[in-house]
Design a binder for this molecule. Sequence first.
Ligand SMILES: Cc1cc2nc3c(=O)[nH]c(=O)nc-3n(C[C@H](O)[C@H](O)[C@H](O)COP(=O)(O)OP(=O)(O)OC[C@H]3O[C@@H](n4cnc5c(N)ncnc54)[C@H](O)[C@@H]3O)c2cc1C
Length: 482
Amino acid sequence: MTIITGKQYTERIDQLNNEVWIKGERVNGKLSLHPAFSGILKSKSALYDLQHQPETSELLTRTDESGIFNFAFEQPTTIEDLRKRRLATQLWARKSGGTIGRSPDYINTAIMTLGSSHTFFDEPYSKNVQHIFKQAKKKDLSFTHTFINPQVNRSPHYLEFSNDNIIAAKIIDETDEGIIIHGARLLATQGGLTDEILVLPVGGNQIDPAYVYAFAIPSNTPGLKFLCRESYADTTVSKYDHPLTTQFDEVDSIVVFNKVLVPWDRVFLYQDLTAIGKIYTEPSVNILLLFQAVCRQVVKTEFLLGVSEALATMIAITDYQHIQEKISEVIITLEIMQSLLHKAEAEAQLNRFGTMIPDANPLMVASSYYQKTYPRLVEILHLLGASGFISLPTEKDFDSEIGKDLDQYLQAKNAPAKERVQLFRLAWDLTMSSFGSRQTQYERFFFGDPIRLASSLYQSYDKTTYTQQVSNFLHPETKEKN
Ligand SMILES: Cc1cc2nc3c(=O)[nH]c(=O)nc-3n(C[C@H](O)[C@H](O)[C@H](O)COP(=O)(O)OP(=O)(O)OC[C@H]3O[C@@H](n4cnc5c(N)ncnc54)[C@H](O)[C@@H]3O)c2cc1C
C-alpha cells in the first residue's frame, strides 16, 4: 500500500506516454513539460504532496492492515468517516478555490464504491471490480472517466445501428483475451493526465447489448486516444494575469477507442441489460460522487463570496443596499449548500454493502440548485465589478513606461492600482475568461443534464406524505376512520 508524492505522480504520467492530441499534434515527450498541461499537473502534484506533510497527512490518508492509502479509497462505514471524507475533499478543494473539478478523490470515490459493492456484480465481474479497486488503492492510481456518447443526434428515437460507420463506442468483437471496443465517448476531463480511465455505461434505456459495458483500463492502452480541446493556459502570460487558468485548466478531451482490446479481467459489466439500469444507484456510486461534488461546491462558493466581498470593499461600494443584497445572495447560497451537505451527512445510512451513504435527497437538491444558481453568482460578480472586469492591464503594462499612469488612474479607495487589478483579474479569470466561462458550463453540466437530473429528483422523491396531508385536510372524516 502506498501514497504517492507529486513527483511520483508526474513521473508516472510522463512515463505512460499516453496518446494525447492537442492543436493537431500528438504530444511527444513529457506531458508535464507541455505548456497546455504543465500547470494542472503541477497543481495536482501539490495535492499529492499534501498527503506527506505532517499538518495535512492525517486528514488525507488512512491506514489498514496493508498500510497507508489515500482517503478516497476508504469505504466509509460510519458518519464520522463521512465527516472526515468531507474535510479531506475540502482541504484539497481549497487549494484551487474549488475550480479543479476532477481532483483525484472524485473518480477514486467511484472506484472505491464499486469495489466495496463488488457483490452487486456476478462472477467473474465481481472479482474483476474488486481487483481494479485493490490495485488503485495499493498504487494510489488516478482515473479520468467517460459516460456520455457523442452529441450527434439526441432526438428520442435515434439509435445507432450501423457497424460500418460507428460513432458511439461499442463492442465490436470478443476474443479469448477480452472485448474489442470501437468508437468515441465524451467528455473526459483530464483525459491522458491520469493513470487509467473508467468507462461507465451511458444511462437511459439501452436495448442494444453492444453498448452495455463497463471497464477500467490504463490510459496508455493501445488504440486509446485523447483528443483535447485547446488549452486556455498560455505560457506567455503570467500568474498575475491569469491566476487560475495558468494553474488549474484541466483540459477536457474526446476519447477515441480505435479497436481497443479491453482484457476480460478489466471488464465488470458485460451485455447485462438488467445490471445496467442499477449500476449507478444500487452501489450508490452517484450519491457518493455527488457528496464529493457538493463538498467542493461549498468551497467554491466560499471562494466566490470572498472575492465578491474583497472586490466590493476595494472600490467602496459595500454601503449600497443593492450591493449588500447581491452579496447576501452569495451568502444565502453558501448557507443553503452547507446545510444540505450537513443534512445529507447527518441522515446517512448503511447500504446493503456496508457503505455509509449520505442521504440522497439533499444532495440531489444541492446539485440541481447549484446548476441554476452558479451562473447567478457569476452574474453578481460581474454586476459588482462593472467596467473593472474590462480595464485590466497586464503585469507587463505595469512594468512598462505606462506603469505610472496605471498606478495613478487605476488605484482604488482601498488599494494601490497593481493590487486592485490583481484582484479584478482573479474575479475575471474565475468568471469571464475562457477558463471562467468553462467553469460556468462545468457547474451546469458536469454531473449530467440539469433537466433530466431535476426529473429524476421528481421521480425518486417520496411525495405521498404530502398528498396524504392534503387529503386529510380535505377529508378529515376519512382520516379519523383510518
Ligand atoms: C466542462 C465539462 C466537463 C465534463 N467532464 C466530463 C467528464 O469528465 N466525464 C464525462 O463522462 N462527462 C463529462 N462531461 C459531460 C457531461 O456529463 C454532459 O455535458 C452532461 O451529461 C449532458 O450531456 P450532453 O453534454 O451530451 O448534453 P445533451 O444530452 O446533448 O443535451 C443538450 C441539450 O438537449 C437537451 N436534451 C437532450 N436530451 C434530452 C432528453 N432526453 N430529455 C430532455 N432534454 C434533453 C438538454 O437538456 C440540453 O439542453 C462534462 C461536461 C462539461 C460541460
